[in-house]
Design a binder for this molecule. Structure first.
Ligand code: AMP
Ligand code: GLY
Length: 424
């Protein structure tokens, strides 16, 4: 079977790495991909939002399945576009992608199906005064979220009223977020430990995948601005049997009920961003895709043929599969460019990948210069994943390997997973 992966990051390199091992794969394509995916698949220069171009390509190359990495094409309706056409899309139609595409809708959904979530109120641009009055009466810290997709820049968590007020004005008065900021959610701050839970679902049945924790801040000790994610750990030591049971009963089961009741067409990944507050799993957000860099720590722990699992989404056999999970721990450490998550330089030569023996490298913001030298092209440049018998070993191996990667101004967090050692 010929398969096309959509996207160009470390998550997509990890998908390519896993799908290349499938017994069912014939040709594997990645659009647009990166130099890492080019080593194991064929990169195709098509933009992720160019659906007609993708359709032509699939027809020409007899591609039967597109695995969608990022959220934007899903929210824009790629699965709706291919509905009734001979290409299966791993990813929900826009009705399901809305769980990620609109925070206001996701809060209504969470409330409607009785899923634990932070208390909140939603305000439109016409209600900026009401929003400010609500904010004034709200205890600190407080959380503000723009409704639509904002590339990780749409959430502010703050104890500083002036900062909250400024953000409110940026969104509702200055309209700096465009239509994504037509609405603003103001919600209660939840104090706990975050973790990421993933399922693969056909809209009726689901398979629970390994859980992970991601590290969002740029600096060690979780300091500094938010990023797309600077590292990940799987499994998460505090997600014991009791917690998992509560996640299944209180979060996943009612979500599945809601997906049915709202008539969503959902065949793909669903990612629950959770806050564990004294053992209760609260949903902070839904994502309609896998996480990045969580994928780079989760996929290496799945022993199944991933393409067989994907095929099962389309023939009703998902529940007959069993996900076989590797008992090892995986730790992923991201190497990011100087200045990230702000502006960053591009074109810096990357060396040291060939010196890494005991870990995997998933490329993200990389390119080749005119001489064929691997150079930086993005904020998150690459991710290094190591297996270990437990968290301490996986951590040490991943950090040691990431330290071998060299490029000018490299940023990495050597503390990925240290906060979890007390649970391990
Ligand atoms: P979201 O995009 O909704 O996941 O928010 C981005 C990040 O903001 C999350 O990963 C959390 O670290 C933080 N966050 C979001 N909502 C809350 C909340 N209600 N309480 C505390 N932190 C939050
Ligand atoms: N690592 C967070 C995300 O993928 O949204």
């Amino acid at each position: 079977m010929n398969v096309l992966i959509l996207g160009s990051g470390g998550r997509e390199h990890a998908f390519a790495w896993k799908l290349a091992q499938s017994a069912l794969i014939d040709k594997l394509f990645v659009a647009p991909g990166n130099p890492g995916t080019a080593q194991i698949a064929t990169n195709v220069a098509i933009h992720e939002s160019d659906f007609t171009e993708l359709e032509d390509f699939c027809e020409r190359e007899q591609v039967e399945m597109i695995v969608v990495g990022p959220e934007a094409p899903l929210v824009a309706g790629i699965a709706d576009y291919f509905d009734g056409k001979p290409v299966k899309i791993v990813g929900p139609e826009s009705s399901g992608a809305r769980l990620e595409g609109s925070k206001a809708y996701s809060k209504v959904f969470l409330e409607r199906y009785g899923i634990p979530t932070a208390k909140y109120a939603t305000f439109s641009m016409a209600e900026a005064d009401k929003a400010l009055a609500y904010l004034r009466a709200h205890p600190l810290p407080v959380v503000l979220k723009v409704d639509g997709l904002a590339a990780g820049k749409g959430v502010v968590v703050t104890s500083d009223f002036a900062e909250a007020e400024a953000f409110l004005n940026t969104v509702l008065v200055d309209a700096k977020f465009g239509t994504a900021g037509n609405k603003l959610v103001i919600e209660e701050f939840l104090d706990g430990i975050e973790c990421s839970v993933f399922i693969l679902t056909d809209g009726t049945d689901y398979q629970l995948l390994p859980m992970a924790k991601d590290y969002k801040r740029i600096g060690e000790g979780d300091k500094g601005p938010n990023t797309g994610g600077m590292g990940a750990v799987s499994p998460v030591p505090f997600t014991d049997r009791t917690f998992r049971h509560r996640v299944i009963e209180e979060v996943i089961a009612p979500t599945m009920k809601g997906i049915k009741a709202e008539n969503m067409v959902y065949k793909g990944f669903l990612y629950f961003g959770l806050m564990n507050v004294n053992g209760t799993p609260y949903v902070l957000e839904f994502n309609c895709r896998m996480g990045d860099p969580e994928t780079q720590a989760v996929l290496p722990r799945i022993q199944n043929d991933l393409l067989a699992l994907f095929n099962a989404l389309f023939d009703g056999s998902l529940k007959q599969h069993e996900v076989a999970i590797h008992p090892a721990t995986c730790v992923t450490v991201v190497c990011a460019a100087e200045g990230y998550p702000g502006t960053y330089p591009k074109g810096r030569p990357i060396t040291g990948i060939e010196d890494i023996e005991d870990a995997m490298v998933f490329q993200a913001g990389t390119g080749l210069d005119a001489s064929g030298q691997l150079v930086t092209t993005g904020g998150r440049v690459l991710a290094v994943t190591a297996y270990g018998e437990g968290l301490p070993e996986a951590r040490e191996k991943a950090v040691a390997a990431a330290q071998k990667i060299q490029f000018q101004g490299k940023q990495m967090r050597a503390d990925i997973g240290t906060d979890l050692l007390r649970f391990a």
